[in-house]
Write a protein that binds this ligand. Sequence first.
Ligand code: NAP
Ligand code: GDP
Length: 339
Amino acid sequence: MLEQDCLSCSCCVLITPMEGDSGKMRVMVTGGSGLVGRAIEQVLKEEGGAREGEEWIFLSSKDANLMDIAETKAVFQKHRPTHVIHLAAMVGGLFKNMRENLSFWRNNIYINDNVLQTAHEFGVEKVVSCLSTCIFPDKTTYPIDETMIHNGPPHESNFGYSYAKRMIDVHNRAYYKQYGRRYTAVIPTNVFGPHDNFNIEDGHVLPGLIHKTYIAQKEGTPLQVWGSGRPRRQFIYSLDLARLFLWVLREYNEVEPIILSVGEEDEVSIKEAADAVVEALKFKGEVVYDTSKADGQFKKTASNAKLRKYLPDFTFTPFHKAIKETCDWFVANYDIARK
Ligand code: NAP
Ligand code: GDP
């Protein structure tokens, strides 16, 4: 595997097979500079690399603003991908979603329509996009499965993001019906890991708690956990998600989406998640629950039965180990971490 800077710009990274490989699959990853994109890049580098015949291109928003159709077409023209992993999105935790529902709706609708239509026009064979379990109906039965995406309104806290993401599934089914395209999507639960967005106001709960615990430890102040701590979440480590993304790209051939999640039995409360962060960072101070802050959706327990049918032996990194690795990464990379 060779890693090199793209010849015509300094921002995107290329991972290409060794000389002599035939270069049949050119995979362009939108959102390649984010939490999930960086995890895919790391797994590719450390665990076998690009397979024979694969070339990988990781984009950031500096390569193209995908809300702009001309920039989207230009980046497809430049790289001519045969396959796309579509991660680029406006992403945020509960509190940013509550503040900016309109922006989440509009920005993500533009990005998704531009990427999927341009992929179609450029004859891209396969696109794997990214939904999220937070797009499922709020009033539902549990566990949630892949058939239930459109069965009722999402939780009101993040309806803009949720409806925009649900529309990817509509795109995929329509591209298949009208043009026979095999564009699909994965549905991960709450993702965390190195390179996450550790911004306290905008990010998800785990990077937020890691950053807040780090500060509380330094300043000798209490750790403020927002909400009651009772809501429940299934968390997935970004490196596990990356390994599953590679499998979906290479082996999964359905247009229907697939939930990528740990089992229902591995769901934890926000309090248990905070306890895991406190333990990993060896925080000895007081932990306070600020119940004036929103709890968001109480739970969105998802079934991974479909995934388990395909990959019965896939092993997820134990939650406490993944939390420790993420905390260690944050402490070691404090100066460069997104925050
Ligand atoms: P992230 O860390 O915030 O990264 C977002 C990526 O999208 C970055 O590479 C960013 O580029 C790019 N991007 C944003 N706006 C763009 C634009 N207008 N044009 C081009 N690129 C743009 O997000 P993530 O957590 O890796 O999320 C990846 C995917 O997983 C998203 O589709 C998200 O909806 C989905 N997902 C995430 C979670 C989660 O808990 N994080 C859970 C379920 C699903 P820059 O770096 O240049 O800004
Ligand atoms: P969600 O899983 O899509 O709802 O989004 P988050 O990852 O932002 O998780 C939100 C849940 O974590 C809610 O129950 C919040 O009350 C709780 N929470 C506790 N502390 C924090 C924090 O520091 N940041 C965030 N984003 N949520 C927190």
